[in-house]
Design a protein around this ligand. Sequence first.
Ligand code: GUN
Ligand code: FE
Length: 434
Amino acid sequence: MKRVIYRGTVIDPVSPKKPDIRKGAYVITEDGVILSVEDRQPVQTEGDTIVDFGENLIIPAFSDLHIHAPQFAERGIGMDCLLFEWLNRYTFPEEARFRERSYAETIYRQVIRELIRQGTLHLAAFTTIHYEASDLFFRLLEESGLYALAGKINMDRNSPDYYVEDTARSLADTERFVSEHLPGGRIGGTDRHYSGRVRPILIPRFAPTCSGELLHGLGRIGQRYKVGVHTHLVESREEAAWAKELFPGDGSDGAIYENAGLLGNGPSIFAHVIFPTETEERILRQYGAYAVHCPDATSNITAGIMPAARLLAGGFPLALGTDVGGGHFTGVYRQVARAVQISKMKEFYEPEEKRVAFFEAFYMATAGGGAVFGNAGRIAPGYRFDALVIRDMSDEGTQLSPEESLERFCYIGDDRDILARYADGKLLSYDTLS
Ligand code: GUN
Ligand code: FE
């Protein structure tokens, strides 16, 4: 039995209220899984390796539960638009380019390199409507060592002529995609099989670009193959009102997905959830759905701020997302800082809403979102060693506490402060990826 023991200041997000912080602790791992975290040096057995990170922080890797991989090249562009203007002017034309496989490959390889660089080792990703480009992304993720939920997206109406699907084709391509990418399935054209680290999920873009026939068809695929759903939910007042108008029988954005049979087949992941009604709250609770807060995107292209503190207090599973390219930056750690910042704005304008504490936001970015990827998001026995080493952020002549170092990293740190990235106990490198 070969064990690897990591020494450093361990920060484990046990709960949103209180992390467990241990200086000079030893994380004992075997085959990439944490056996225990000890305060004293364990008795070494032959073959053990010790990796000493000194005063630096050992934290769980970040989970980005809402990122649009094909919007990578739009980062920081068109950010003075609101949602619909931004979609029509920038996003639909950019996503349409993914019909070309070579363009998709150029962008998707950069996305994966960037995710690793920024310490995002788990993600739930949107792609485009194209089967081929989405299959390519899935394979690149599989090779990368990252954990992901991915698929192809669906849109069969209220979309531009150059970027829209025929309903039957959308359903056929999706069923093919799901059935071919299940864990254990053969990686097309090779004798290797999908490991299950990357799993398929259904991705109807959002209710306004999907017909009822499409959503119900996707619901049947979800039930047949036991796969979950990832979409946008009540992300702006206009979007929620339009969805209700298009689906008058359902009465609310969340009920549209529920009535289509899309919920309860696997994880349900809803981005934004800015204006949840009682129905949305009931649905989130009933299906244990993840509500994904995307603070930068909220500030850039949508209007309104998720009532994150209230949802957290209500015990709803919350996670963070970058929503690149609605959000302009790939590092989830910056969303931790932004979640705190914009919650203070919300509290200022709506005093009945409370602000989010730093560790609540850190919890959402790690244990909160990590839960959808199995035993991930904590530095605790039984969890995978999916972890980052973060530099002690003290200035010369000063000494920050571990809490202060982590907070400063989230506010002003960058990838240069991430000293190592591990998934399943394997050191990941981004600069050697082609
Ligand atoms: N709603 C529908 N499509 C999108 C998208 O691409 N990004 C965001 N943030 N919201 C959307
Ligand atoms: Fe989005």
